[in-house]
Design a protein around this ligand. Structure first.
Ligand SMILES: [Zn+2]
Length: 412
């Protein structure tokens, strides 16, 4: 049901953690992303003194952001006072993240550690700006309506949109799949909901989630490449997500890999996306099979079923993706590249060629970069939008790097 004005009822935004400065931010993000940790662990991971760690933790504990856990039982033979692990109180506040696709809104509520607490998917009736804003407001209201705690301890609403997005001004500058140009989404949605709204490009939002709560944890430099209708990429370099001077850094989808290749929707020729985007793959398979494969599932079935011509289309796509990944590795020298996106359902058809081409084209030590395949669901993309809200909540204005951890083993 829609309400006039689409106003969302939530309490005033909760006050963010009293981090005080860079030391406090480092201590808090270290516990947030790697806790529970003892004070000695935090000191070792951050390079701070134990006294500095204790001092930074005190106001955070007083404000309910850090809590002490029961120390682990090491048996009666252990001598001395056991170290008390400290963890973030994840339920201290809640965030809403919404990913906008061409035909659907995917919304989640997460806690402070980006754990998903609620999920709602809603079809997007049209691409009209007012209607999308109304649908976003309605979805945010529905998510917050699921628990009084969500409304009382609300920290922020993050929205992620594919395309050229300016998080600083809160403007969607160009979103081809919505047909939007220069839409001040943060202002419009803020008026419609009364909530604190943050906006980010969808792949950069996913990268923030990977940075703090995923495969990028502990990496100073990594990239996320998404394979699907579009080929997206976001770069995390020396501890910060890179937007570039014009907000479009990392547009690997339009990196030219074949000067004589097919025309791209951007108007240029031989872009990665024009060869390896799922629409491009499907168009080529449809043409060579005289329309027998009319959707991607059929194309994948033909390739897996032994059609060498269709299989070759995927191999050529894998080659283009491998070239793109090598370009990323050669440009920024990442420790790892996380490969994701809905195109991964056909990853078995690309993988050998991607790895072969990458190994051939990566220059010297750049080839030591790990390629990690990580399927993300649409809920994970929405979680990325929430992660942006979490990061801004903790560090308004800046993104301090978390301390160096090794990420937990990945389920691939
Ligand atoms: Zn292009």
């Amino acid at each position: 049901m829609r309400h006039p004005g689409h106003s969302v009822v939530a309490g005033p935004p909760v006050v963010g953690p009293p981090i005080g400065g860079p030391t406090g931010a480092l201590v808090f993000t270290t516990v947030l992303t790697g806790g529970p940790l003892s004070r000695a662990d935090v000191a070792e991971l951050t390079g701070l003194s134990a006294a500095a760690v204790t001092k930074a933790m005190r106001p955070l504990a007083d404000a309910g952001y850090l809590v002490e856990e029961e120390p682990a039982d090491h048996g009666s033979r252990r001598v001395g006072r056991p170290a008390t692990p400290v963890r973030v109180c994840a339920e201290r506040c809640y965030f809403v993240g919404i990913k906008v696709t061409g035909d659907e809104l995917i919304g989640v509520v997460t806690d402070l550690q980006a754990t998903i607490c609620a999920v709602v998917h809603r079809p997007l009736p049209s691409h009209d700006v007012d209607e999308v804003v109304a649908a976003l407001a309605e979805l945010a209201g529905e998510l917050l309506g699921e628990s009084r705690d969500y409304r009382r301890r609300f920290g922020g609403l993050g929205v992620s949109v594919g395309g050229d997005v300016d998080p600083e001004t809160g403007t969607v500058r160009y979103a081809p799949f919505l047909g939007w140009r220069q839409v001040p989404l943060v202002r419009l949605l803020g008026v419609a909901t009364g909530l604190h709204v943050l906006l980010e490009n969808d792949v950069r939002a996913l990268t923030v989630a990977e940075q703090w709560f995923g495969a990028g944890l502990g990496s100073r430099t990594f990239a996320v490449v998404t394979v699907g209708v579009g080929i997206g990429c976001a770069l995390f370099v020396n501890g910060a997500v890179v937007a570039g001077a014009h907000g479009v850094a990392g547009e690997i989808g339009h990196f030219p890999v074949d000067a004589y290749g097919p025309l791209c929707h951007c108007g240029n020729r031989g872009c990665v996306e024009a060869i390896a985007g799922s629409s491009a793959i499907l168009a080529k398979v449809t043409a060579i099979t005289d329309g027998r494969a009319s959707d991607m599932d059929a194309a994948i079935a033909l390739a897996r079923g032994g059609s060498p011509e269709v299989r070759a289309v995927f191999t050529v796509a894998g080659h283009a993706i491998g070239m793109a990944l090598a370009a990323v590795a050669n440009f920024i020298g990442p420790e790892l590249v996380v490969i994701s996106g809905d195109g991964l359902e056909a990853y078995d058809l690309f993988e050998d060629q991607i790895r072969t081409t990458f190994a051939e084209q990566a220059f010297g030590a750049a080839g030591e970069c790990d390629l990690i395949i990580r399927p993300h669901t649409f809920d994970d993309w929405a979680r990325g939008a929430a992660a942006v809200a979490i990061q801004r909540f903790i560090e308004p204005g800046t993104t301090a790097p978390a301390a160096r951890f090794r990420a937990p083993p990945l389920s691939v």
